[in-house]
Design a protein around this ligand. Structure first.
Ligand SMILES: [Fe+2]
Ligand SMILES: [Fe+2]
Length: 176
């Protein structure tokens, strides 16, 4: 097939422009994996803290991040994945794991400063979350990557929703 050299130069220029306008666009899987490693390091950081007020603040930050993460998965990622993968039962399992984590998150958020069980609850939550992350990354994301899903478009929708939810958290904090 004959190609027009002038045309292809112009096409390249257009492509460069469209990618540079979104320097940090991430695919759905990249976005979720970034959240996973961020929250895993916060759980590690918690173990190194001694001061009760610092522990409380970090525990609340972890809970907030997990809730935003779970919400974008449940609202956007899981429904799309359920329709596209060959093992939709992975989504059911993930939703059950989220529900159990939310129970513990609710208990941690309701704790008074100095509660003796905070360390234990944060530790158990961390173990549950690590297990959940392992399953998502090893099984679910592999299925998703082998599917027909448009992971870049989905990543954009999820990033937008995440920004919106984080903004809500800030606003709720200000009105409290
Ligand atoms: Fe996740
Ligand atoms: Fe999840």
């Amino acid at each position: 097939m004959a190609t027009n050299p002038k045309r292809s130069v112009e096409d390249n220029r257009t492509n460069e422009k469209s990618t540079s306008s979104e320097p940090d666009a991430m695919s759905a899987v990249e976005l979720l994996e970034e959240d996973h490693s961020e929250v895993e390091s916060l759980f590690e950081e918690y173990q190194s803290l001694e001061q009760d007020s610092a522990k409380e603040a970090l525990a609340l930050k972890i809970c907030m991040m997990l809730q935003v993460h779970a919400q974008i998965e449940e609202e956007i990622f899981y429904p799309e994945a359920r329709n596209a993968i060959t093992k939709p039962e992975l989504i059911d399992e993930a939703i059950v794991e989220h529900a159990s984590a939310k129970q513990l998150i609710g208990e941690i958020e309701a704790m008074e400063v100095g509660d003796n069980l905070r360390d234990a609850k944060v530790k158990v939550l961390g173990e549950q979350i690590r297990h959940h992350i392992e399953e998502e990354e090893a099984e679910l994301f592999t299925e998703v990557e082998n599917s027909e899903m448009d992971l870049n478009a989905l990543g954009r929708r999820m990033a937008e929703r995440k920004t919106e939810l984080l903004q809500q958290v800030v606003e709720e904090g200000e009105t409290r």
